[in-house]
Design a protein around this ligand. Structure first.
Ligand code: IMP
Ligand code: MG
Length: 178
């Protein structure tokens, strides 16, 4: 599996430190509140699991599913939100938790959808950002790391459903996905 990797971008230690700092920041910003962490499946599952443990607040954890990539490495721009919502965002402090901001289409669509339910507040926390790829203007309120325009895997991120279990964040060799 590791033969498919080009390089390790962020190690387990770097991720742990950054996620801890994000958790502290969110804990301070939401003091006295009970934010609802909404993980975007499936890529955010590992980040959310660690971030939730770094947040010292009484928070609610929810998931929704959105997909754009399927089995290709090219974003279709066609965002699918699976199975609707099984929670009520109205009058809640929502933090959308996403693995990576790429073109920005997924989070723009999800933000619009959730905003329609009238939450008290709505922020975005993304583990990674590939700013050079942005097609629609959107930024994370809380961000782990900026990363280069390469195909990224590990720590929840997949290529064709593989590599999600790598404990670090790495780039994939182009001959694997091109
Ligand atoms: P966007 O709508 O183009 O911003 O796409 C965001 C989604 O595409 C993310 O939630 C990921 O699931 C997926 N994605 C974008 N870039 C990568 C990558 O480098 N590796 C794995 N998945 C990616
Ligand atoms: Mg995703």
């Amino acid at each position: 599996m590791t033969n498919d990797l080009k390089s390790i971008l962020f190690t387990e230690e770097q991720i742990r430190a950054r996620v801890g700092a994000l958790g502290d920041e969110i804990t301070r910003d939401y003091a006295g509140k009970a934010p609802m962490l909404v993980g975007v499946l499936k890529g955010s599952f590992m980040f959310l699991a660690d971030l939730a443990r770094a947040i010292g607040l009484n928070c609610e954890i929810r998931f929704l599913s959105a997909s754009s990539y399927g089995y290709s490495s090219i974003s279709s721009g066609n965002i699918k939100i699976g199975d609707g919502l099984d929670f009520k965002p109205a009058e809640r402090d929502i933090i959308l938790i996403e693995d990576i901001l790429d073109t920005g289409r997924t989070l723009t669509a999800l933000k619009e959808l959730l905003a329609g339910f009238g939450p008290s507040s709505l922020k975005i926390c993304a583990m990674l950002d590939k700013p050079s790829r942005r097609e629609v203007p959107i930024a994370a309120d809380y961000l782990g790391f900026e990363c280069p325009d390469e195909f990224i895997v590990g720590y929840g991120l997949d290529y064709a459903e593989r590599y999600r279990n790598l404990p670090y964040i790495a780039s994939l060799k182009p001959d694997i996905y091109l």
